[in-house]
Design a binder for this molecule. Structure first.
Ligand SMILES: NC(=O)c1ccc[n+]([C@@H]2O[C@H](COP(=O)([O-])OP(=O)(O)OC[C@H]3O[C@@H](n4cnc5c(N)ncnc54)[C@H](OP(=O)(O)O)[C@@H]3O)[C@@H](O)[C@H]2O)c1
Length: 381
């Protein structure tokens, strides 16, 4: 029996994880969970799954849930991630920069970490990998592209893998005229062609920042150089990832666009069953045509160059990128800024803050300080 600690239980990944727990009570039991503001859904989860602890970091929700339930309640994501239980599996499905602390805590507690929160690797990938080397913890990716790479890289080939390729759908605005992008409203950018996801990641898909995060995520998860990882477009979101080998052959991972699949795969660790529908090898020069893939337009998606920039600049670049993105996606969703303001402000503030923090020691405490300082300064303007 696996004891699940589910962080972000009220969200899109969280709800799909609960579906799987619900269907497999002989395999998984929900021991503890966290939510943000959705008290009604949190109460439903408590009623249905009978966990022992609930967490919300927000003062008003904490007081309210404490009043309405008699299970253990905490405001600390660190405490819920370290909840003591027999066979703990931590699922980190929190959205945005606040997912970092549970990632760090789970690794330090030597737990199996099923990771959807890609922002924690963008902010602190280098430190996360150092901690993984020092602890008896493991990360199993939940992101569909990374789950696909994880499966492809666990197979035996007759040649060495030299390149990782992930796919992008292009998001809701992939065919929108560039000159009209600044007039786009949240409801337009939220119409993802292939996936039903939380609001923030759906906007990140439309800006292509999601793919920047995923290129960085792949670099840290699989420890490949950023120059050997690229993204291409699959309009159908059916091919999730490919690996190219020295001998000129490519293996690819094809599956339905349903997040239950990679979540279940991760939950099954270490006995996970592949869900790759394609087991053939294709010649590298034929793969784009065979799999209906297209090159991504780097003039349209200028942010794509930020993946290499963040990896090479090191230090706080990933923290600045994720924090500024969180701030302006939130503003865009509230109609407080335009669509292109998201990327314009990312470029602007990377310039300012990379210089400001260039001599600051890069560690977890300073990552939190930098994140909080940026939020305070940028929101004041
Ligand atoms: N959705 C997908 O298909 C998908 C696919 C691949 C990767 N991911 C990644 O998975 C993560 C979750 O995405 P999602 O789409 O599931 O997001 P979502 O639907 O917005 O859910 C986010 C969850 O995090 C909670 N939360 C929000 N802000 C929080 C904070 N400051 N502190 C603590 N908890 C907070 C929310 O609580 P309340 O709702 O109660 O406020 C909710 O439970 C993201 O990093 C995303 O990039 C998602």
């Amino acid at each position: 029996m696996k004891d699940i600690i589910l962080l972000g239980a009220t969200g899109s990944i969280g709800s799909q994880t609960l579906d799987i727990i619900d269907k497999n009570p002989h395999l998984y039991t929900l021991k503890a969970f966290s939510f943000g503001h959705n008290i009604n859904k949190a109460l439903e989860i408590i009623e249905k799954f009978k966990p022992l602890m609930v967490c919300t970091p927000f003062d008003d929700c904490y007081e309210e849930i404490k009043r309405l339930t008699n299970i253990l309640v905490t405001k600390s994501l660190e405490e819920v991630s370290s909840f003591e239980t027999g066979n703990p599996y931590v699922v980190n499905a929190i959205v945005g920069i606040d997912g970092l602390i549970p990632t760090i805590t789970a690794i330090k507690k030597n737990r199996v970490l099923l990771l959807a929160n890609k922002e924690s690797l963008v902010m602190a990938g280098e430190l996360v990998n150092q901690l993984l080397d020092e602890h008896n913890s493991v990360i199993v990716p939940i992101d569909s592209e990374h789950s696909a790479l994880y499966q492809l890289l666990h197979k035996e080939y007759h040649s060495t893998v030299k390149k990782l390729i992930i796919t992008a759908s292009g998001g809701a605005l992939r065919d929108y005229p560039i000159e009209k992008l600044n007039n786009v409203k949240a409801q337009d950018a939220l119409k993802h062609p292939n996936w039903q996801m939380g609001a923030k990641i759906t906007i990140d898909s439309a800006t292509m920042i999601n793919k920047v995060f995923e290129l960085i995520e792949a670099h840290y998860l699989f420890r490949f150089s950023i120059d050997s990882i690229k993204a291409v477009m699959d309009r159908r979101s059916i091919v999730h990832a490919l690996v190219e080998m020295e001998n000129g052959m490519v293996a690819y991972h094809q599956a339905q666009n349903d997040m239950h699949l990679p979540i279940e795969y991760a939950l099954q660790y270490p006995d996970s069953i592949d869900f790759n529908l394609a087991n053939e090898l294709v010649e590298a020069n034929q793969v784009m045509e065979r799999c209906h893939l297209e090159e991504l337009d780097i003039n349209r998606f200028k942010v794509l160059k930020l993946a290499k920039h963040v990896i090479e600049t090191k230090g706080f670049s990933g923290v600045i990128l994720t924090t500024i993105n969180d701030i302006f996606v939130d503003k865009f969703l509230k109609d407080e800024c335009g669509f292109l303001d998201i990327e314009n402000n990312i470029f602007k503030y990377l310039n300012i803050y990379e210089d400001k923090f260039k001599d600051l020691e890069y560690n977890i405490e300073n990552i939190i300080k930098v994140k909080e300082l940026i939020i305070k300064e940028v929101n004041k303007k």
